[in-house]
Design a protein around this ligand. Structure first.
Ligand code: C5P
Length: 223
């Protein structure tokens, strides 16, 4: 049989990154950060001079991605290595996220990344973080979670993260960016952001990380 998988989908800033890292560690399972693949496609394209609306060019970039995810100590995100270069910080910028959401609207780009994502499904199991993990990439997942939070709360969390990292930002501008990205992810025709019919929706607005993790572990108990 196939290795078990828990899908965690939802909008940016819903806490998915932190929660899926913690969930994967608790369970001792692998982690797929599918957003990183879209971010890497956008970054590699920019570096290779491929325009973000050049579908055929982007397909070549996506299928040719030379990427590895290297483990780090607990609490730290995996190191992301693109063709031998550490791009962990570079792919986390707002610009890269924005560019990722532009290449992600293209069906051919999504198709080019599909098998690479499915290859992460190996024993003892996989926690898959993204927008379409439960709807498209792993439709047969035994446990599907849709993690959400209000746009205001997500902007506040992003603001706190950036402030802690010493980055000076404007919270109203962050809220605008979040709304633009939500809009693009929800309204695209290729794999739009939405809960799978059989997903458990968890709204993390006003909940602590520990509370959200507890609810996800409870859901994971059914895997
Ligand atoms: O989750 P993250 O912010 O890293 O994702 C960046 C962008 O990549 C998202 O805004 C979305 O447009 C795209 N994405 C996607 N499908 C996924 C993961 C991310 O379309 N499974």
């Amino acid at each position: 049989g196939k290795a078990p998988v828990i899908t965690v989908d939802g909008p940016g800033g819903s806490g998915k990154g932190t929660i899926t890292q913690m969930l994967a560690r608790r369970l001792g399972w692998h982690l797929l950060d599918s957003g990183a693949l879209y971010r890497l496609t956008a970054l590699a394209a920019t570096r290779q001079g491929v325009a973000l609306d050049n579908e055929a060019g982007l397909v070549l970039v996506a299928s040719g991605l030379d990427v590895s995810f290297e483990p780090t100590p607990p609490g730290e995100p995996a190191r992301v290595i693109l063709a031998g270069e550490d791009v962990t910080a570079e792919i986390r910028t707002e610009t890269c996220g924005e560019n990722a959401s532009k290449v992600a609207v293209l069906q051919a780009v999504r198709d080019a990344l599909l098998q690479r994502q499915r290859d992460f499904r190996v024993l003892p199991g996989l926690v898959a973080d993204g927008r379409d993990m439960g709807t498209v990439v792993f439709p047969d997942a035994p446990v599907k979670i849709f993690l959400t939070a209000s746009a205001e709360e997500r902007a506040q969390r992003r603001y706190n993260q950036l402030k802690d990292a010493g980055v000076n930002v404007n919270i109203a501008a962050l809220l605008d960016e979040i709304r633009v990205r939500d809009e693009r992810d929800i309204n695209r025709s290729a794999a739009p952001l939405k809960p799978a019919d059989d997903a458990q929706v968890i709204d993390s607005t006003g909940l602590s990380i520990e509370e959200v993790l507890g609810r996800c572990m409870a859901a994971a108990g059914q895997a």
